[in-house]
Design a protein around this ligand. Structure first.
Ligand code: C2E
Ligand code: CA
Ligand code: CA
Length: 643
């Protein structure tokens, strides 16, 4: 570009200079003619005024001594170097030269067209002539034919004055030359500035083109290939028969990381995952980010027996605490694996890995699945289930079963736990452990959970007596921060006192130790709502949590209760310590899954406040107890409440 400018600018300058000098020559000639004309006219008029008895002179052609003297005087003044006198008919009567005044009477001026024009029009005629060829004459001179009019306005004669305009010409030419040079340089500069600007713009454009080109192929966050680039390169690998297997990788609960720690941390976490994937691949493998928290790896020639160890290594590394934007994040990924084969296109292989990922996710987190034929059937079932959940959430066709809660000492009923039910078309029920995680993944648990809160509080408020209701919560329901508000609204609408509602949350929710969650729990407790820790003993039970969150109740997981039959001594020990612990921390204790009298007796002896299990009643619709209160007018749960 600059090389081009180095040629273009001098050429353009020269062209401008040529143009300007041509133009200036033209204008100089015009200006000279005008100047010469003025001078000649001036002298012509001066002569007609100063030369006495001019008519006489014209008539005779012979100047008197007095006239001669004035003519000589005039000739020595100014730039006039010659003049002629013509009579009214255009005949030349007198020629004055520097050295002599001649009298050419009889010389016809018929051929002097300017004289005739001046006679005819009675107006001055001016001509600029080149005198370089004539010896002793100036290089440039002007001839002015000035008509002499008598008192009546008739033509008396014509004076032709010759004026030397060489100096004027020199002056004009020099000026125009200077002007031309200045203008040429100025325009060169003027040209140069936009040209440089243009060049710079071109350069920037070129650079952004490169950037666009980069962006069109790579993911800016991780620096990995994007989907298009992956498809191109993996396609080539596949065509060469070098594609051995393909991984579809998805970060588990990425939304939670993003929501809890912000996007900067989320982005840094993804970049870390990208680094791990790159570190686990060879140069000829392709690692790509497909968008969001999805990554794809294409292995070239990785031996099948090496595939599983490699996948496990990736899972392991991704489950280590990672430093993301200064925050230590412990996440995990799920991986779908597809083995490439000649019969399958690249798109087929990607689709299989995607299906395997989907399958792996439905089986839990931090896992991998290798695509297999049985997967198709399982995936079909999952898609069916998703449809079922989506429809139930939309049409509010979930139902609630209520399982009795009884007092630990005399087994008198004290309330119910509300348990969500989803009916298939064939009338059978989908277990909550299957559809609840799915609803969480689908982002529907908020809406469904809200419906449970409104429905359960309303239902229990319609029952006779002061029965309590326990409602299960998903961690996701704390994400928006409006849970206390929803609960307060449900209580207000149902008229249920806050102390008759207990919310059950699982330990996994508290793992994050999130002040946002803590605050909502505090608010709920301040309202008088009870908070229970569900499934105690199954998760990462920590005394710290129990203490920090100040639960009202611990619900001992039914696996410990079941253990009373298989391993009585050990289970008794554990149950005993949990009940003791609860008492020390001021918490009540519920034992779940009580199925036999033997269990119930032992639990009563241990001092459990509340018992729950098939022995006292299976989850079922609420009984239509006679004397149930009528539906109060104010109670109409806004089921479709959207925030
Ligand atoms: P959970 O909160 O521990 O609920 C108790 C589960 O134990 C229920 O299973 C109940 O049917 C079962 N159960 C009760 N007594 C016995 C017994 O004596 N023996 C045996 N073997 N099982 C007994 P269900 O209804 O399948 O619910 C499973 C889980 O689904 C619940 O566990 C709870 O975590 C979740 N869930 C249920 N409803 C909701 C809901 O409305 N929201 C949320 N977020 N989770 C829910
Ligand atoms: Ca529960
Ligand atoms: Ca439980």
């Amino acid at each position: 570009m600059l090389r081009l400018l180095a040629i273009v600018i001098p050429v353009a300058t020269l062209a401008i200079w040529l143009l300007i000098s041509t133009l200036s020559k033209f204008y100089a000639e015009q200006a000279i003619a005008r100047d010469a004309g003025h001078k000649a006219l001036h002298w012509g008029e001066y002569m007609s005024e100063r030369v006495p008895e001019l008519e006489q002179l014209i008539a005779t052609g012979i100047p008197s001594p007095e006239q001669k003297q004035i003519i000589r005087q005039i000739r020595t003044l100014g730039d006039v170097f010659r003049f002629k006198l013509f009579d009214a008919n255009g005949r030349l009567v007198l020629v004055s030269d520097e050295n002599s005044i001649s009298n050419p009477v009889g010389v016809s001026a018929e051929h002097d067209p300017e004289t005739m024009t001046a006679v005819r029009t009675r107006k001055s005629v001016i001509a600029v002539r080149d005198g370089a060829e004539t010896n002793g004459w100036p290089d440039l001179y002007a001839e002015a034919y000035v008509p002499l009019l008598d008192d009546l306005g008739r033509i008396a004669g014509i004076i032709e004055v010759y004026v030397d305009v060489t100096s004027t010409e020199t002056y004009f030419e020099e000026s125009f030359d200077k002007f031309g040079v200045i203008v040429s340089f100025a325009s060169a500069l003027l040209f140069l500035l936009p040209a440089v600007g243009f060049a710079m713009q071109r350069r920037t454009a070129h650079r952004s083109l490169e950037e666009v080109e980069y962006l069109s192929r790579y993911d800016p966050l991780t620096g990995l290939a994007n989907r298009a680039e992956f498809t191109r390169r993996a396609g080539a690998l596949h065509a060469d028969g070098k594609l051995s297997s393909l991984l579809f990788i998805d970060a588990d609960k990425f939304k939670t990381i993003n929501d809890t720690h912000g996007h900067a941390v989320g982005d840094a976490f993804l970049a870390q995952l990208g680094r791990i994937l790159t570190s686990q691949t060879e140069a000829c493998d392709i690692v790509a980010r497909f968008g969001g928290d999805e990554f794809v790896v294409a292995f070239c020639g990785l031996r099948t027996e090496m595939l599983e160890p490699r996948v496990r290594a990736i899972l392991k590394q991704c489950a280590q605490p990672l430093l993301a934007d200064g925050v230590s994040i412990t996440g995990s990924v799920s991986i779908g694996v597809a083995i490439a084969s000649e019969g399958n296109s690249l798109q087929d292989t990607i689709a299989q890995a995607d299906a395997a990922l989907y399958f792996s996710k439905s089986e839990g987190r931090n896992q991998f699945a290798i695509y297999g034929d049985s997967m198709g059937e399982q995936l079909r079932r999952r898609v069916e289930l998703e449809t079922l959940v989506r429809n139930a959430a939309e049409n509010e066709t979930f139902t609630l079963d209520y399982q009795p809660l009884v007092a630990g000492d005399d087994f008198h009923p004290i309330g119910y736990e509300a348990l969500l039910r989803l009916k298939r078309e064939d009338g059978t029920f989908v277990p909550p452990v299957e559809f609840i995680p799915l609803a969480e993944d689908m982002g529907l648990i908020d809406k469904i959970g809200r419906w449970v809160i409104y429905t359960a509080t309303r239902a229990i408020s319609l029952q006779a007596g002061e029965l309590k209701i326990a409602v299960n919560l998903s961690a996701v329901q704390f994400r928006r921060g409006d849970l206390p508000e929803i609960v307060a609204d449900a209580l207000a609408r149902s008229g249920l006192p806050a102390n008759r509602l207990e919310l059950e949350i699982t330990e996994s929710l508290l793992l994050g130790d999130d002040p946002f969650v803590l605050f909502q729990i505090d608010t709920l407790r301040d309202m008088g709502v009870g908070i229970a820790m569900d499934d105690f003993g199954t998760g990462y039970s920590s005394l710290g949590y129990l203490w920090r969150y100040g639960f009202d109740r611990i619900k001992i997981d039914r696996s410990f209760v079941a253990g009373l039959l298989d391993n009585p001594e050990r289970s008794l020990e554990i149950l005993d310590s949990v009940v003791m612990l609860g008492k020390k921390l001021g918490m009540k204790v519920t034992a779940e899954g009580v199925e036999t009298e033997e269990q119930s007796k032992l639990l009563t002896k241990l001092g459990c406040d509340v018992l729950q299990g098939y022995m006292f009643g299976r989850p079922a619709p609420l009984p239509d107890v006679p004397g149930s209160r009528e539906t109060p007018e104010t109670v109409s749960p806004p089921l479709s409440r959207e925030a």
